[in-house]
Design a protein. Sequence first.
Length: 424
Amino acid sequence: MIEKHIIDAENEKHIKGLQADFDALGEHLDRRGINIDTVRAKVAAYGVAVPSWGVGTGGTRFARFPGGGEPRHIFDKLDDCGVTQQLTRATPSVSLHIPWDKAPAADLLAKAEEVGLGFDAMNSNTFQDQPGQAHSYKFGSLSHTDPATRAQAVEHNLECIEIGQGIGSKALTVWIGDGSNFPGQSNFTKQFERYLDAMRQVYAGLPDDWRVFTEHKMYEPAFYSTVVQDWGTNYLIAQELGPKAYCLVDLGHHAPNVNIEMIVARLIQFGKLGGFHFNDSKYGDDDLDTGSIDPYRLFLVFNELVEAEGKPGFTPAHMLDQSHNVTDPIESLMVSATEVQRAYAQALLVDRAALHGAQDGNDALMATTLLKRGFRTDVEPILAMARYLAGGAIDPVATYRASGYRAQVAAVRPKASGAGGGIV
Ligand SMILES: [Mn+2]
């Protein structure tokens, strides 16, 4: 963790300017009928979970170029996630991935408490084989043609629930790589039937206060067809399984130009939006940093979420899911969490009554102008003040760099191998 005096010293450099900017923005928003402190309080209460695998350097299927001081295990990962939370106050929980993060529950809880974190949704992994595994997932997991392979995949998901129960998690996220690479390779209908049957067994193992999130993805690793390929199939799954089943929207898991915010609206309308994996993309499932390519789209997603705020039972889970290939992962996670908060704050500034009036009156130009007015407002003083008042850093990246954290952990964590490509 970073020593408080370093954060204080960095904040000291900025607080006067921040206060002036905050006051000026407050005056401006006041003229728009918006109370800046109300927005600040909402932003301060908003958190996005970080994935445990996000603190390691990612890679592509070609290669991985590890940075210095990479986390060796879940406890190092929790240290790094703790720093992200310490400086941004926007990432209060971590999402674990099993088996990568397997450890005794008591140890995980103790470490989480030490670094000021909680645990978010559990993530199962049936997209790769683990050492000593009886049945291979080469040709699928929950939808495999072989009943024993499916049973093994179900068992793994039930184990994830059990581990999650020990550390206070309340949700299981299931993403499978199942699909096919050749036309004719799989019978679409039978394959989906097998998947649904297996997921019913996972669903039956959910505690009463748990939810299961299924995540759709258009393609990859299967390049011809994917079992859970889009939000339509995802919605069918949630419907088939029951009230504890919800759809998870990973922003990168759609074809380019798909209207994701509209998918979000549909899932909200029918009570099946489970949550998000935030990231950004230019071409496909690029796993780029959230808000780095198309911040307006992120804003439009949040516009739908703010529109739905207060709807009974509407509590979507928010998590970052991105691959940091060329940056320090902690810096990327901090900036990305801030980008998510920014989109939320901007969406909060939209004059909803005026927007509804413009929509009802078919005033297309005014409706879109009202959205742009929210998006164009520089809300950085609100985000920075929320961080500052919560004990975080006004400038998280500068403070992180000033702390020398990466060099310190690099001195005790051996250099990771760059061999092998792919995911963290
Ligand atoms: Mn994802």
